[in-house]
Design a protein around this ligand. Structure first.
Ligand code: FAD
Length: 445
């Protein structure tokens, strides 16, 4: 048998538009399809509860689709720098292919590339998970953009990759041992808090393609109302998070067959997708985005760092501020929250409660099914004022006015906080806003 290649799947759990897989199959040799669960490598942030749940189901769906095509997904667990070379030796592989990542994992990838190449193994990495590679879009001075609008103007002009087709069959390499997915214990048991996630989501590539089709046919025409939490947006973020669909596939679908009403909303929708790329390009330049203020001036900000009763009330949706409570309960129940409401609950935490944005970022990391290394800290810092192209700190959302404006019939509020469950507010919105602005003025001094 000729030496096999290894395709290493990471946050790209799909078979279509998978450049690394296409390249490996193009060699005409057997291919070992690997997923490596790595929580051990330096810098890798262990997944939160909601993303572990998603990963389990996404891997199950991926393995089933691979099996349908005659192949087998090999599951291994451990530090990539130990496990991957071990598998190369075990399988007698002479090539390894992967799609690039842009967060903490890229250092691991760079070291692995060097080690494997030194050992005579061919290694190739591919662009697959962003619209543009972070280093392709830079200012005239060659530095990364710090402001979204010029970033997006430059990014959207670049030629977009044509998505690749999925393979028709996948030859399997016999004799390579695999872990049992259940042994990784990614799913919650006692208590099983995932009932709402199961009702809301169906992880996997097939589900992601159906969702983009349904959105193109039904949701996109209403996308100009995206700020209203009772009007749905695409719901694609967790599928993108795990790479069950690529941004290039979404981009091309948005340039395909659409009604005129839907087509009018395409530029806005694609620019939202552009924010995802923007945050990844920021993370690429600032790998410590989750732990450090992007703008160092905010290091002096008198944020409170505690997990006391106010933060507990915020997490549980028991602040007595209806829109905040609705959002936090939606999050606990479904693993997601509407974008506008995310901004409101985040503003409430970092401004009205004056708590450090990292406390909120960590809670979202644990509870969101779409939590990722770039968009989660990037958006938290955006709301807190400390981030790239951030909302000015003095713009404090008033949750009650936001509810009146974006949920005028109270549909969203009623769904998550029935009238009889409303509590007394834990803070006075006007007074806490004043205190937030005072805290901000100390920063300016
Ligand atoms: P749509 O409106 O349909 O947008 C399409 C896609 O564009 C999304 O799937 C997403 O990939 C991208 N997108 C849209 N808005 C943003 C944005 N502001 N930043 C980055 N990408 C965006 N998004 C995440 O994917 N992961 C996170 O961990 C995350 N954390 C957030 C934390 C806070 C405090 C806030 C305010 C926002 C956060 N977002 C995050 C951004 C945004 O809320 C979600 O991407 C969006 O709600 C997902 O719903 P959708 O797929 O229906 O969005």
């Amino acid at each position: 048998m000729s030496a096999p290649s290894i395709v290493w799947f990471r946050d790209d759990l799909r078979l279509s538009d998978h450049p690394a897989l296409s390249a490996a199959l193009g060699r005409g040799r057997p291919v070992v399809l690997l997923y490596l669960f790595d929580e051990e490598s330096a810098g890798i942030r262990p997944l939160g509860g909601a993303t572990r749940w998603w990963l389990h189901h996404s891997l199950a769906a991926h393995a089933a689709e691979i099996a349908r095509l005659g192949g087998r997904l090999v599951l291994r667990r451990g530090a990539a720098e130990e496990e991957l070379p071990r598998l190369v030796a075990e399988a007698g592989a002479d090539a390894v292919f992967w799609n690039r990542r842009y967060g903490a994992g890229r250092e691991v990838d760079a070291r692995l590339k060097a080690v494997l190449r030194d050992a005579g193994v061919e290694v190739a990495s591919f662009a697959a998970n962003l619209l543009v590679e972070p280093w392709e879009v830079t200012t005239g001075a060659g530095t990364p953009y710090q402001v979204f609008t010029p970033f997006w103007r430059a990014a959207r002009e670049r030629p977009m990759r044509e998505p690749l087709p999925a393979p028709r069959d996948l030859p399997s390499v016999p004799g390579v041992a695999s872990d049992d997915l259940d042994s990784w214990k990614l799913l919650p048991t006692r208590p099983d808090w995932a009932a709402g996630l199961r009702e809301t989501w169906e992880p996997g590539e097939n589900s992601a393609s159906r969702r983009v089709e349904r959105f193109a046919a039904e949701g996109l025409a209403d996308y100009h109302r995206r700020d209203e939490p009772s009007v749905g947006t695409s719901g694609l973020s967790p599928h993108l998070r795990f790479g069950e669909i690529s941004p290039a596939q979404i981009w091309h679908r948005m340039h395909g067959n659409l009604t005129p009403a839907a087509r009018r909303n395409v530029p806005k929708f694609l620019s939202e997708l552009g924010w995802r790329d923007f945050h990844w390009s920021i993370l690429y330049a600032h790998p410590d985005l989750a732990t450090r203020n992007y703008r160092a001036a905010y290091d002096e900000f008198p944020w409170v760092w505690d997990h006391g009763p106010a933060v507990a009330a915020w997490r549980q949706g028991r602040t007595g501020i209806p829109l905040v409570d609705a959002g936090m309960r939606e999050l606990m129940s479904t693993g997601t929250m509407h974008n506008r409401v995310r901004m409101v609950v985040a503003s409430f935490l970092v401004k009205n409660l004056l708590r450090h944005w990292r406390l909120g970022e960590e809670w979202f990391w644990d509870t969101l099914v779409d939590a990722d290394e770039a968009s989660n800290p990037g958006n938290w810092q955006w709301v807190a004022g400390s981030g790239a192209d951030a909302a000015p700190y003095f713009r404090v959302f008033n949750p009650d006015l936001q509810a009146k404006k974006f949920d005028p019939d109270g549909e969203y509020l009623r769904r998550w906080v029935p009238a009889e469950e409303q509590l007394a507010p834990i803070v006075d919105l006007a007074e806490s806003r004043r205190e937030a602005l005072e805290a901000f003025s100390t920063l300016r001094r």
